[in-house]
Design a protein around this ligand. Structure first.
Ligand SMILES: NC(=O)c1ccc[n+]([C@@H]2O[C@H](COP(=O)([O-])OP(=O)(O)OC[C@H]3O[C@@H](n4cnc5c(N)ncnc54)[C@H](OP(=O)(O)O)[C@@H]3O)[C@@H](O)[C@H]2O)c1
Length: 281
């Protein structure tokens, strides 16, 4: 059967479209999560930001006003849907705080189609001195927090509506070790990768995909002290085939892909956005 050019255009527009959807992003008041939030807003997607200090930073609201003022039409579709952004403080390691978040979301939005688990922390300590407190803190945010948010958003919205996109921000350190100080972080990101695969297997039948993005270094609050050391930066860049560290938009591009229907047959994957780092011995 021959498809007309018009119907092919329509098909691809709808595959690219994120307009009118609603995304919850943990850790979106800074770094990678914030860049993903900007990309969603430009695509006409409502954004809910959650983190412990969510609401203190108003720059995403300013960004949205600029979009509205300049009448910037949506990046991925011609729809004139105007998105909203709201910030809700939440500690994702605390079940009550997560329940409170979900309750507040239902006052404003009828559903969530996209969940991006970007909140994460790292505590650098050598393995033999790694404290139980530090180890638990890293696993609490990076793994338990992701689990709590995913379970609740799945139960409340994605499973009943038989549609959802879950995108977890993992790390190349979930696949390859670092020289030292990364015991809890590497352990947590390895867990994120298996969490992603298992949830993909369990929730595929509900039309929910679950994928992960594994970046190498991108300069954010989590690592700016390390990356501002020229010697350390050179050591990193020398090992990356594409000869640079990551940019925020490298990661948000992958998040847009996994969140859209371009990736509707892709689930359980961990995509390294790492300039080729993990391809090199
Ligand atoms: N930057 C990199 O090079 C890199 C590389 C690989 C992977 N990653 C991963 O990318 C993700 C984002 O990190 P980033 O680089 O963007 O660092 P970031 O700017 O420090 O962002 C981390 C976010 O997590 C939030 N957060 C921390 N604890 C939380 C909690 N208990 N409850 C809710 N939110 C919490 C923080 O907000 P509050 O302080 O307000 O809670 C912050 O917004 C992390 O999962 C990180 O492991 C980063």
């Amino acid at each position: 059967m021959n498809e007309s050019a018009q119907s092919v255009i329509k098909k691809y527009k709808s595959l690219f479209s994120l307009s009118g959807k609603t995304a919850l992003i943990s850790g979106a008041n800074s770094g990678i999560g914030k860049e993903i939030a900007k990309a969603f807003l430009l695509c006409g997607t409502n954004v809910i930001i959650c983190s412990r200090t969510a609401g203190k930073d108003r720059s995403l609201n300013k960004f949205l006003s600029e979009i509205k003022q300049d009448n910037i039409t949506s990046l991925c579709t011609e729809s004139d849907f105007v998105p909203q952004v709201i910030s809700i403080p939440c500690d994702i390691t605390d079940e009550d705080s997560v329940n409170d978040l979900l309750e507040k979301i239902t006052e404003k939005f009828s559903t969530i189609e996209i969940l991006v688990n970007s909140a994460g922390i790292n505590i650098l300590e050598p393995a033999c001195d790694y404290s139980i407190n530090s180890f638990e803190s890293v696993l609490d945010v990076n793994v338990k927090g992701m689990f709590l948010l995913s379970r609740e958003v799945g139960r409340m919205f994605m499973i009943p509506q038989k549609y959802g996109r879950i995108v977890n921000i993992s790390s190349v350190k979930g696949m390859i070790g670092a020289s030292e100080n990364y015991l809890a972080y590497c352990t947590s990101k390895g867990a994120v990768n298996m969490f992603t695969k298992q949830l993909a297997c369990e929730w595929g039948k509900y039309g929910i995909t679950c994928n992960a993005i594994a970046p190498t270094y991108v300069r954010t609050n989590i690592n700016k002290d390390q990356l501002d050391d020229p010697e350390f930066r050179k050591y990193l860049v020398d090992r990356i085939p594409l000869c640079r560290i990551g940019k925020l938009e490298d990661i948000s591009a992958a998040a847009l892909y996994f969140s859209s229907d371009l990736a509707s047959f892709v689930t359980g994957q961990v995509l390294c956005v790492d300039g080729g780092l993990t391809s090199r011995q």
